[in-house]
Each structure stands twice: as C-alpha cells, then as structure tokens.
Design a binder for this molecule. Structure first.
Ligand SMILES: Cc1cc2nc3c(=O)[nH]c(=O)nc-3n(C[C@H](O)[C@H](O)[C@H](O)COP(=O)(O)OP(=O)(O)OC[C@H]3O[C@@H](n4cnc5c(N)ncnc54)[C@H](O)[C@@H]3O)c2cc1C
Ligand SMILES: Cc1cc2nc3c(=O)[nH]c(=O)nc-3n(C[C@H](O)[C@H](O)[C@H](O)COP(=O)(O)O)c2cc1C
Length: 787
C-alpha cells in the first residue's frame, strides 16, 4: 500500500506516524513546502483530554511532547481594573515548532519519507497512491482542486486578530480586555515554555481601522500591543513572526472525502483559535482516520466513508463551539456594561461547553462568587438586606419582577398547543395539564397559543378566547393555579394567519384539513406549502381592524379570567409574525417593504392591547428573531423589532426563531436560540426569555447568571416532567443549598422528603466513587522536570 500525504503540519505528520507505525510495510510519503524548521505562530494548547488521546495513539511521541509542556491550571481575566482568577482548567502549551520537530523526528525514525521545501504538484500527480491525504491547511489546494466534490464554503469573520509572542512568565492563561480611543482590544495569552508566551490580540474591524495600524506592519503591531498590554506582559517586548492582522476564515465542507482522497485538519474545517482547538482537531482527525484505515486495510474508499461517518459529529460539535466562542469576542461591547464577576462568567460560558455546573467542578469558589454576586443584585433590586450568613441560591431560584408581577424562580413553562380543545373551549385535559405543571414548581407558565377568533385557530383542536364558554374554562384553570401554587400564569394570544386551518399536532402538521377547511388570511397571498396549502386572502384594512379588535377582546377576557401576564404570539410564521418577515410579507403598501412598514400592524395590535391590559400587569411579545432563511429577518432585525416593542412599553421579549416558512434552515444545538435572547437583552436593554433546547437546570443557571436571559422557557422538558423545577430544587438542596423560590404542595411533602434523601445519598455515593477513580492526568512530573 502507498499513502501520499500533502502537507507536513500536525495533521499530516501525525497521520503519517500512526499509519507507518501500525503498517510498517506501507510506503508513506509526505510533501511539505516549508523547511523542517520553518514555523508560523508561537505556541499551541492541548487539553488533558487530547493528551490522553495522544498517549493512547502513540506513546513514543506523547512522552516527548509531554516532556516539553508548560502546564497550567489557572485562568486570569483582567477586566476594568479587576483581575479574576479561576482554577481547575488543565491545559498544556507547547511551542508549535517543538511539536512539529517532535513529529518530524518520529516520522523519520519510523521510515516516513518527508520531502521538505517541495511544492506539491497537485492531486493528479498522486495517481499511484492508494490513499491521498489532503492535510495542506487552511488554504488547501487539494480542497479547491476537488471543490466540486467537497463543496467548501468560507465565511470571513469580521474581527481582526494577530499572533504575537513575548518573553515573559505568566501566572496562567491570561485574558485581558482593554478599551482605548479606538475600541475594545482582547488579549489571549499563554505560556508554551518557561518564560515564553503566545499572544493573540483581536479587535473589531472598526477599531482596527480607527487605530491606523497596517495589516502587514508587524513592528507597529508589536509596539501597539506592548504599549496597550504592558502591565499584563510585565513590560516585555512583543515579538512577531509573520504576524499580520487577519480575519478568521470559517471553512466548512459538505464532505471530506472523494474517491481515495481525504481532507484532514484545517483543510477540512477550521475552528476559531479562541477555543484552542485547531491543532487538537488536526491530531484527533489523524487518529480517527488511522482507526478507520486500520479497520478497512484493503479498501481505502470504505475507510474514508467510515472515517467521515464517525468523525463528523465530533468535529461539528467542536467547530460549532468555536463559532459560538468567536461570536462572543466579536461582540465584547455587548457585555461591556457587566460587572466583573458576571462578565467573567459570561466569558467562561461563551461556547456553552463550560457551564455553571462544569465550572463548579473546576473551581467551586467561582460559582460561590457568582451565586453571592447574583443574590446581592437581586436583593438590591428588591431593596432587601441579606443576613451575613446568607447562602445564596443558584440564580435559577431567584425571583424576578415585571411591573406588579413577581415570579418566584426563572423557569417558565413555554406555550404548548394541546390540540384537544372542543370548539375552542379548554377541557378537563387542559385543567389537569396546566394544573400539574403549575404545582411542578415553575415560576411562570404560559397557555398555549389561544386564538382570538374561530378562523384564527391553527387547528380544530386549538383553544380560543372569543366565547363565554372559553372564559369560564380558562377562569377555572387560572383559579386553580392561583389557589394551589405560586406559579404565575400568562395568556398567549394569537392568530394563525396562513398556517391556519391545518391538522392536529400529532397528525400532519401544517398540512390542510382533509375536510372542513375555513378560509385563511395573511399579509400576502402566499401559501405555506405551495400547491398543498390553501392560498390565504391578502388582508384589507378592514380585516386588520377586525383582527386588532379580536386581539383586544381576547385581552379583555384574559383580564376577566385573572391572568397575570399577556403575551402576543408574533413568531413561527403565524399572522403577526408573517407581517414582520420579508419572506411572507410582500405588500407594497404602508404595511410592507421596509421593516418600519412591516412592524406597523403588529405594533398597532400590541398598542391596542396594552391600552386595555392593566398597567400593573406585564406584557410580552414572542418573536422569531431570525427566519434562518437568506433574505429573511436576521438577528439584526430581531434587535430592531425588540426596540420597537420596547418603545411601546413591552416588558419582555420571548425570543424564539424560525418556522416562518418551510425554507427555514435552523442551526440546532443546545440552547441554540439563547444567543438571540442575549443579543436583544444586552443591546436593547429589555428583559428576555430564552427558549429552545434548554433541558437542564445547569443550562438555566448558566443562561441566567451570564446575563443572556432573565427567564428560561422549557417546552418539551415540561411534557416529559411537569415537576422539572421541583426535581432540580431537590438536587440543589442535596448540594447544601437552602432554597426559596420553590414550593412543594403540602400534599406532596412526604414525597419531597424522600426525594431529598435519595438525592443526598446519590450525591454522597457519586462523590465517593469520584474519590476512588481519579481522572487521568498528563505526565506532569515529566513536564515539570523538563521545565
Ligand atoms: C499562520 C498560522 C499560525 C498559527 N499559529 C498558531 C499558534 O500559535 N497557536 C495555535 O494554537 N494555533 C495556531 N495556528 C492554528 C493551528 O496551528 C492549526 O489549526 C493547525 O496547525 C492545523 O493543522 P493542519 O496540519 O491541519 O494544518 P497546518 O498546520 O496549516 O499544516 C499544513 C501544512 O501544509 C503545508 N502545505 C500547504 N500547501 C502545500 C502545498 N501545496 N505543498 C506542500 N505543502 C503544503 C503547509 O506549509 C503546512 O505546513 C496557526 C495557524 C496558522 C495558519
Ligand atoms: C407540542 C408543542 C406545542 C407548541 N405550541 C406552541 C404554542 O402554542 N405557542 C408557542 O409560542 N410555541 C409553541 N411551541 C413551541 C415551544 O413553546 C418552544 O418554543 C419550542 O418547543 C422549543 O422549546 P423546547 O426545546 O424546550 O421544546 C410548541 C411546542 C411543542 C413541543
């Protein structure tokens, strides 16, 4: 067998080593355009987890790598005259040149043929190889030559960054954020060997331009950074090495393999350097490819298929985290109003990999500080004086006030259609459904989208608020909630628009009824599923008057029922949402075209409801902050929409996304819509509720404490577990927290006590086990000796 590797960076060399080591009879050739001792950049970081993988893959190179580590555990964040420290992070730094030289030596020892200073002539020149590995980095020619197959995309991000170095000793990984007359500058610095460190400095393109620095003026970059971060770098001179102010390219490929050619490392995908994973991905790609080739020794094509099948999810997970992380650094200004403890927590949790509980494991004192700081904020807001021995609860269990309404904790039961109302009237099902979720401990619960007229319903099973029977049934539910729980209950009202007259949720969603369809309305006559859905009638001004008045009438009935809050549904492609989105609103009158025009009717409806809704009760709007469709609304429009509703005294934006049109392509993931709630909260200065794939108490605490949202709505988790909040409270109580903000019904107290006991025992057992099985650590002794 013959393997040709194009590119002698970490990915190419490591794969060559692994394959030659396990298959000595294979001819392995590497072609590298640089000299063996050429390198760009300074140091790279590897986590404990990656080191453990390297050890399993090739003990020989691992031992040499481990002997050259600078190992650190602490992160220091310099922010507005404060320095915050957190521990337990476990990272190792190594000079990039040293890593390459170790790999080069190991490759040579094994008999890999590496040709340095050789420009690869192109994939076609490797016809005789059984396997061709494109490990030729970020500007991969292999990828571009076979672009028709790999289908690469490159998105150039806005921030400017530069890699630099300095000869100084840092106490740990160092972040520093400094503002000058040009803007905010972020420093990321870490040691890769005793007395030497890598710096990456970045800023917005606007700040970079304002500074007058030249993209390729390395001396000016070094001088500017030395002056700005002199204190953090102990006055050490700043060193450059091909240090240009770049903009990060996010490279993605639809596939990484074609025929017997495979892309590895940066050639296949890039991960923003702020999570320090470029080299990790490159090395772990090589390990995974080697595993697949070993399992399919005679069939490289099958090996490549298997490789991508196994590796894709993990690589996507890491690149997704990196993309989330880079967005934080592009938007530091958004967090600049925060106090140091919260800013630091938002920084640590930026990629959603590190959460509240995860940080507690690394360094419990950080979470104690966050809890205490958070509780003080809440107490100050309510003019409460905390006793000296006060144990602050997790942020999830802190109260939150909107106008005259106080919710006892930050968990919300998100609106969820039950599709089983009778002619719009809630039934016993609704009574039990809402009743059990209210006693389950959530601070606030919303009704499902309750429709303002019979033809405003999504399906024949939707609840309504337009007949006396509706009022009586809702009144009974609200009364139960108020008498038997601390939960507040909000009414969500809406009109289905072009998504109306469709089947029940568990039938064919968004498809028209088999019979008995009613005529539907929309801003423009565009069917949801062309050729399948009904074509809605374009609304006239008279229709608008009627629909507005129907909302107002429903709001009035809501007051009579005793609801604590009112939400207008303007998301997910329903009537008011379809005015907001340019995808569904193609009008040429004053209600279509510009965002200002598209907002006109939804604002009118909101304003009319606000006028009748009691001043002491809050109102919110649920929006789709992005359509996830090219040409549709994006996060930027989401911000403008939030500004417009804030100006009309809206109290909270319930931030959802998408479902505007079948063309919507959301990027799913944990808490995937929270970033839009964060943007609106911190840029518009209005309370937000995050929703979407928030499934754990840990995530709720993370989003609340980091200032990304004020409330967290959970929908599906509450279908699986109406007692989500009570269960979370029991787990925290077992950790030693004394919780307020969560009340078990007295009828269930004995169940509560048993659950607490079980939780406590489970925790004690887990702690005992953890004490017995220590996580693997890198060979720190070897590293320290070398240092
Ligand atoms: C300039 C630069 C500096 C960096 N500095 C740091 C840093 O200090 N710390 C850090 O953590 N990460 C750094 N990174 C990121 C990190 O090193 C990469 O994510 C990681 O190196 C990816 O490994 P790779 O093997 O996939 O690609 P690379 O390391 O880019 O290796 C690709 C190799 O292919 C060679 N090559 C490309 N085309 C050809 C061709 N046609 N013929 C022959 N050879 C070719 C290149 O010379 C290169 O050696 C840096 C990246 C770059 C581009
Ligand atoms: C069965 C079901 C019904 C829903 N009905 C509504 C609704 O009536 N109004 C609304 O705004 N969102 C509705 N949603 C969306 C949820 O409120 C929520 O935004 C979405 O499910 C994402 O949250 P999750 O990941 O916690 O489930 C519904 C979701 C589900 C699963």
């Amino acid at each position: 067998m013959r393997v040709d590797v194009i590119g002698g960076g970490p990915a190419g060399l490591y794969f060559a080593i692994l394959i030659k080591s396990s298959h000595p009879g294979t001819a392995v050739n590497v072609v590298e355009r640089n000299r063996a001792d050429d390198t760009f950049g300074f140091g790279i970081v590897l986590s404990d987890e990656t080191l453990a993988n390297l050890r399993r893959a090739d003990e020989t190179s691992y031992r040499e790598i481990a002997a050259n580590f600078a190992y650190w555990d602490d992160i220091y964040t310099h922010y507005k005259d404060r320095v915050l420290k957190s521990s337990g992070h476990g990272f190792s730094g190594i000079r990039r040149l040293t890593l390459l030289q170790i790999l080069q030596r190991r490759a040579a020892d094994l008999g890999v043929r590496v040709r340095y200073q050789s420009e690869d002539p192109g994939v076609a020149a490797h016809q005789d190889a059984d396997l061709i590995v494109g490990a030729d980095g970020i500007n991969s020619r292999v990828r571009e030559t076979l672009a028709a197959h790999f289908k690469p995309t490159t998105e150039t991000r806005s921030n400017r960054f530069v890699w630099l170095g300095a000869k100084t000793t840092l106490p740990g990984f160092t972040y520093s954020f400094r503002e000058n007359e040009h803007g905010i500058w972020n420093l990321h610095a870490y040691m890769y060997t005793q007395g030497e460190c890598t710096l990456v400095v970045e800023t917005t393109d606007e700040a970079f331009k304002a500074s007058g620095l030249g993209v390729e003026d390395e001396a000016a970059a070094a001088a500017y950074v030395a002056q700005l971060f002199g204190e953090e770098l102990n006055g050490a001179p700043v060193l450059s090495n091909r240090s240009f102010w770049r903009q990060f390219p996010v490279v993605r490929c639809a596939t990484w393999h074609h025929d017997n050619v495979v892309l590895l490392g940066d050639a296949a995908h890039t991960a923003h350097w702020s999570i320090g994973s470029g080299t990790k991905l490159a090395l772990e790609d090589a390990i995974a490819l080697h595993g697949a080739v070993t399992r399919h020794p005679r069939d490289p094509r099958a090996a490549l298929e298997a490789y991508e099948g196994e590796r894709r999810d993990e690589a996507d997970r890491i690149t997704h985290s990196a993309n989330t992380s880079l967005v934080f650094f592009e938007n530091v200004r958004r967090f600049w109003h925060m106090e140091p403890i919260q800013f630091n927590f938002a920084l640590m949790s930026r990629s959603k990999q590190v959460t509240y509980e995860n940080l507690r494991k690394r360094d419990a004192t950080v979470i104690e500080d966050v809890d205490r700081w958070w509780a003080r904020q809440v107490a100050e807001g309510q003019r409460l004086r905390l006793p000296a021995d006060f144990v602050a609860p997790p942020p999830m269990f802190s109260p939150f006030g909107l106008r005259g309404m106080t919710v006892m904790n930050r968990v919300v039961v998100s609106p969820m259609c039950q599709y089983c109302a009778e002619d719009g009237t809630p039934t016993d099902w609704h009574f039990v459904h809402y009743g059990s979720r209210a006693v389950g401990g959530a601070g606030l619960m919303f009704t499902e989208m309750t429709c303002v007229a019979p033809d405003a319903r999504i399906s024949p099973g939707c609840t309504g608020m337009y007949k006396p029977e509706h009022l009586a049934a809702w009144q009974r539910i609200v009364q139960f909630v108020h008498v038997h729980s601390d939960c507040r209950i909000g009414l969500q009202i809406g009109h289905s628009g072009r998504k109306g007259s469709t089947q029940l949720g568990w039938e064919e969603m968004d498809q028209p009824l088999a019979k008995g369809n009613w005529p539907i309305l929309a801003p423009s006559p565009l069917p949801y599923h062309p050729g399948v859905s009904q074509v809605p009638r374009k609304m006239t001004r008279e229709d608008m008057d009627r629909v507005r008045d129907q909302h107002v009438a429903a709001a009035r009935m809501g007051i009579e029922c005793g609801f604590d809050m009112l939400e207008l549904h303007m998301a997910h492609g329903y009537l008011l949402a379809s005015f907001l989105s340019p995808i569904t609103n193609r009008r040429r009158d004053e209600y279509g075209g510009s965002l200002e025009n598209r907002l006109r009717f939804p604002l009118e409806v909101f304003d009319a409801c606000r006028r009748v809704w009691p001043a002491e009760k809050p109102m919110s709007v649920r929006i789709s902050a992005t359509d996830w469709i090219p040409g549709g609304n994006t996060g930027e429009e989401g911000i403008e929409i939030a500004h417009a509703f804030k100006a009309l005294d809206c109290d909270l934006i319930d931030v959802s996304t998408g479902q505007t049109d079948p063309a919507s392509r959301p990027v799913y993931g944990r808490m995937y819509q929270a970033t839009f709630a964060e943007q609106i909260r911190n840029e518009v200065g209005i309370a937000t509720m995050a929703v979407g794939a928030i499934t754990t108490a840990d995530q709720v605490n993370t989003l609340i404490a980091s200032g990304r949202a004020d409330l967290c709505a959970l929908a599906r988790p509450h279908l699986a577990d109406p007692y989500f909040t009570l269960h979370a409270a029991a787990a925290y109580q077992a950790l030693g927290y004394a919780l307020q903000g969560v009340a078990w019904p007295k009828q269930y107290w004995s169940g509560r006590d048993q659950l607490y006991t079980l939780e406590r025992r489970a925790r004690e057992e887990a702690e005992q086990k953890l004490g017995q099985v220590k996580p693997p650590k890198p060979d720190v002794a070897v590293a320290q000796k070398a240092a």
